[in-house]
Design a protein around this ligand. Structure first.
Ligand SMILES: [Fe+2]
Ligand SMILES: [Fe+2]
Length: 229
């Protein structure tokens, strides 16, 4: 099956998964249906980012409008991933469980509507049938692997919560010119009297202007950071 047909089919599967969660008769059934929904969404999201979006971002004829659309799509995927993580942590007996299902469903409906009305038709004209068939085969195989991996690991990787699998998300984000797992700069530690003294000794200068023992004897062995100050 070609890549765009595969993605459309998977969108219908995701819709069916939501129906199963919503029509579950008890908490146990709800939990089982939810696990299946999360596995399907996480696997679909992974193959789209890793293979399909990546192929479009590498396509030389993809104009800035396509790249912008992909940037937005990646942001939406990140929000859905975060929502899925919160849903995975919720208890089906808690009223917040269905609230989280509802919010993810709305986000996915919006995202799927944009993909099917805009991104997939553009991809079809940009990539051509042969390329779409090759991508479809690759995506189908990867989707099977992702289902085996399971949503817990895929979501942790997508959200940068594990070290190893940050790579695919980072790679796709780099291609789109966005940042995955943006780090906030740690605040500089406040200088206390004790640390001021340590820093002064590190530079080899005592308060009275004479070189300290550390300063006198260690000019050749000072650390790189001390030399660069
Ligand atoms: Fe998507
Ligand atoms: Fe999709």
């Amino acid at each position: 099956m070609n890549a765009t047909d595969l993605l459309r089919d998977q969108h219908r599967d995701v819709e069916q998964s939501f129906v199963r969660v919503e029509s579950a008769l008890d908490d146990r059934e709800k939990r089982t249906a939810c696990e299946q929904l999360l596995d399907t969404v996480a696997a679909h999201s992974t193959i789209e980012k890793e293979i399909f979006y990546a192929a479009l971002l590498d396509e030389p004829d993809a104009g800035p409008d396509v790249v912008d659309r992909l940037r937005c799509a990646l942001e939406e995927h990140a929000l859905v991933d975060f929502g899925c993580l919160r849903l995975a942590e919720a208890d089906p007996g808690d009223p917040v469980f269905m609230a989280r299902v509802q919010v993810i469903k709305e986000m996915i409906e919006h995202h799927v509507q944009e993909e099917e009305s805009d991104l997939l038709p553009r991809a079809e004209s940009l990539l051509g049938e042969e390329r779409l068939e090759d991508l479809g085969a690759e995506m189908e195989a990867r989707f099977g692997e992702c289902l085996e991996t399971g949503h817990a690991k895929l979501l942790a990787e997508a959200l940068g919560l594990t070290r190893r699998a940050r790579r695919p998300a980072k790679k796709a984000a780099r291609r789109a010119g966005t940042r995955a797992g943006t780090k906030t700069k740690a605040p500089r530690p406040k200088r206390t009297r004790a640390t001021k003294g340590t820093q002064a000794r590190g530079r080899g200068t005592a308060r009275n202007g004479r070189k300290s023992r550390a300063g006198r004897g260690s000019s050749g062995s000072r650390s790189k950071s001390a030399r660069s100050r």
